[in-house]
Design a protein around this ligand. Sequence first.
Ligand code: FDA
Length: 302
Amino acid sequence: MPSPLLLAAARSERMRDLVTSVPLTRGVVDRFVAGNDLEAALGAARKLGREGLEVTLDHLGEHTREAAQAQATRDAYLRLFEAFAEHGLAAGADASVKLSALGQALPGELALDLAQEICAAAGRAGMTVTLDMEDHTTVDSTLEILGKLRGDFPWAGVAVQAMLRRSAGDLRDLARDGSRVRLVKGAYAEPPSVAFQSRHDVDRAYVRGLRLLMEGDGYPMVASHDPRIIEIALALAAARPPASYEFQMLYGVRAAEQRRLAETDRMRVYVPYGADWYGYFMRRLAERPANLVFFLRSFVSR
Ligand code: FDA
């Protein structure tokens, strides 16, 4: 399971200052993040598109505490949609949005209002939007906002974390009417009261969730790099019409496998871009000890 220490570091301001101030970090970050700006996102989407891979773009940022910052995040997504439309990259592309970056923790309905503006602009460009799922305290609010968005934008999707005990119920509610649901294992440190703790239990919960999605009439998005999960998903998907589901993986993780799956199935790559990469990057390190070794070695080898 993800390293709790690194996940705690992902939320620490002091660690953020330390890690982001070291110039060498950048080389390692580049493996997981397309770059600092929109140009980098366009470049990555173009390159992946040439390889038959679809994309979901994530403008990096989370835990916004100021309305102005949340509005700036909205503006970044609006610029993304405009640029993708202008460059002929919008058709079929998706944007991943963290509601915490839109002020979900602030009083009032700012996050909903901004998410509505984002969805309206995405729809005009011919793109879709998927809400990322963050720590368990945000799930009710995220699903409530999703429900409101889906009134006007039925293609609005959401990530569901298999590790959360509540997720089987959420998946049952969501797996209908073509609803786009991205099943992930879960990348946050959660207490045993709300989440399965062992890899084995999370994997089993993932497979149960996968079954619910594949047997329902939503649009399953299988977001995992786990070879066993992918095998099971392919077996379950055999009973579904082609293109009624897709696979998703993260930028920089198992790239050869991404291309292999794209030969037979829809395969979408989650492409993060932007300057605020710290939290995202630390969660990637936490998922895999080898990434941490790779990161630390970049200091030692100088
Ligand atoms: P697992 O962690 O068991 O990894 C299986 C294998 O994949 C590893 O053995 C390794 O080979 C490879 N691998 C996995 N992670 C790696 C990494 N970081 N670096 C290198 N290799 C790696 N989470 C969340 O809580 N909310 C969300 O909204 C999302 N959104 C999301 C979108 C997409 C498209 C993906 C693919 C994932 C997410 N996640 C997420 C993250 C997810 O919860 C989970 O932490 C990671 O996908 C890792 O879990 P796996 O299913 O890949 O299995």
